[in-house]
Design a protein. Structure first.
Length: 263
């Protein structure tokens, strides 16, 4: 069942209560590639851990796949750039966005990014075109960043944070922060509150990852929310819901921001 679906650079749509029918665009596709190698990544161990940008799949291929999906589904409410790694690594991200806009001018375009390339003016230019940018912020210091996100050589928390703040100051679209809470992430609530107040996101999405960590790469895990595994996985130590809720309650009180817990 998964095989056919996973030959396409466009996956879904997945029905979500927040956005309706949501379609994923994967500009990475062939090999899982990211500037992080997060301990909880649903893709499993990242095959190519790098912060060097390149074109992974042609814009033409993505647009062909997109048109094929549109033929099969009448309603697509939103598209999200995500998939087999960090989407801003794709040098043709902006071009793909433009081409999709020509076909579907009214469909909002979102991206989920780890923010490690926000120092690149071309990446900034590409992201400014999008309707919503969600940045990943799991750590509050270098040590946790290295332990949880396990970034590519030369990628630091300090630099990524500075770029995130700078991007936030110029981005006028919807801006969200996504954070993973897990027992190994000993975040300092005061420090996190301070940083969130600087970022002023429209929403902070809190996730408590529960899905086992795949020990090998399976493209079906782009956007797959089902716990069906016929390959080796290792269990994650998860944070109990009430503990996550306590943290969120304190963060809400400290920051006055809007939070949402996704389990
Ligand atoms: S940033 Fe996303 S794609 Fe990259 S390793 Fe982390 S969870 Fe996986």
């Amino acid at each position: 069942m998964f095989e056919e679906k996973n030959k396409s650079t466009v996956y879904g749509p997945v029905k979500s209560w927040r956005f309706g029918m949501s379609l994923g665009i994967d500009p990475i596709f062939e090999v899982s590639t990211c500037s992080f190698n997060c301990v909880y990544c649903q893709l499993g161990q990242i095959q190519d851990i790098t912060n060097t940008r390149k074109e992974f799949v042609s814009t033409e291929q993505v647009i062909t796949d997109y048109k094929a999906i549109l033929q099969a589904h009448d309603v697509i409410d939103v598209i999200t750039f995500s998939g087999s790694g960090e989407p801003t690594l794709a040098t043709n991200l902006g071009e793909i966005s433009d081409e999709i806009r020509k076909i579907s001018p009214d469909t909002p375009q979102f991206i989920l990014t780890n923010a490690t390339l926000l120092g690149d003016p071309t990446v900034i230019k590409d992201l400014l075109k999008l309707d919503k940018v969600t940045v990943k912020l799991d750590a509050t210091n270098e040590e946790l960043f290295q332990k949880i996100n396990r970034p590519a050589m030369g990628v630091s928390f300090k630099q990524t944070w500075e770029w995130m703040v700078k991007f936030r100051s110029i981005y006028t679209g919807e801006f969200e922060v996504q954070m993973m809470l897990m027992p190994m992430n000993k975040i300092e609530l005061g420090e996190l509150s301070h940083r969130l107040k600087i970022l002023r996101p429209d929403l902070v999405q809190i996730n408590t990852p529960k899905r086992p960590y795949p020990l090998s790469w399976h493209r079906e895990n782009r956007g797959n929310h089902e716990n069906i595994f016929d390959y080796k996985v290792s269990e994650l130590k998860t944070m109990p819901k009430d503990e996550a809720q306590n943290i969120v309650t304190q963060l809400e009180a400290n920051t006055g921001l809007k939070f949402q817990i996704f389990n």
